[in-house]
Design a protein. Structure first.
Length: 270
């Protein structure tokens, strides 16, 4: 794996967690998470900056996807789970928000594309319909805008009423991103969205992330460290349920402050 080399000759002040560029979009403080009696996350505290791409890296089972699911309480679909600590969205306690309201503001795209068994149009229109958009013209405008934002419009504009299952894997994943964007989320969570895609489809989704971060805060979990280095403004390294280091992506890949981070990104373990 050809990753940026680690240079330990950094000037002081370039390592560790930097202060936010502005008020954080999301902020977790002393977050613990349990599957039954098993403690999967331990004291996670970090700030996610608005209109930036934040990536979480680390070996399998380290807690990064679990943490992602706490940010919109998606873990509540799994029995015998609980979170302890604080997560704020624009200063609001997410555990005090009505869950459907939270998930409209904080959307999620999963590792494997999961289009609904409906047409391309109806997949994208689903969220706006649920949220009260009923006029045909409004739905058409919302669907087109979302498909354009997901860089899919030109490929599907003449077959909007065909089944979503007729699309390729990469197109289905971008359709799922369009579906999430259709309700104008403030934050978009992506859990290894490119793991099942070929390099061309992966490049399209990476290009998409650069475009949508102007209007949406993006948080991505990835096993591909080259991908994190390409797309992320900030990167956090998870290990054994702990946030080992969180900083700008340049610092994490060039001058990490923790030996565990250096060992992981240089391939000594994981």
């Amino acid at each position: 794996m050809n990753l940026p080399s680690v240079n330990k000759g950094a000037a002081s002040g370039e390592v560790g967690q930097r202060p936010p560029e502005s008020a954080p979009k999301l902020k977790s403080t002393n977050l613990d998470f349990y599957y039954g009696t098993y403690k999967a996350l331990q004291g996670i505290s970090l700030s996610i900056h608005p209109n930036r791409v934040t990536a979480f890296i680390g070996p399998s089972g380290c807690g990064k996807s679990t943490f992602l699911r706490t940010l919109n309480r998606m873990y509540e679909t799994v029995r015998h789970t609980r979170a302890e600590g604080e997560i704020l969205l624009d200063g609001e306690d997410i555990f005090a928000l009505e869950v459907s309201q939270l998930r409209r503001r904080v959307g999620m795209v999963f590792q494997r594309s999961n289009p609904f068994p409906k047409s391309i149009f109806e997949n994208v229109a689903y969220g706006p319909r649920v949220n009260g958009t009923t006029r045909k013209a409004d739905l058409q405008e919302r669907v087109e805008r979302s498909l354009r934002r997901s860089a899919l419009w030109e490929e599907v504009k003449d077959k909007l009423h065909k089944s979503a299952y007729d699309l390729s894997g990469g197109q289905q994943q971008r359709l799922c991103i369009a579906r999430a964007l259709a309700v104008d989320p403030e934050v978009l969570l992506l859990d290894e969205p490119c793991s099942a895609l070929d390099p061309i489809a992966t490049a399209k989704i990476e290009d998409l992330l650069f475009q949508i971060k102007d209007s949406c805060t993006v948080v991505i979990v990835t096993h591909n460290m080259q991908q994190a280095a390409r797309v992320a403004d900030y990167t956090g390294f998870f290990l054994l349920g702990k946030m080992i280091e969180f900083d700008s992506t340049k610092v994490i890949f060039k001058t990490p402050s923790r030996k565990e981070t250096e060992d992981y990104i240089t391939g000594r373990f994981g």
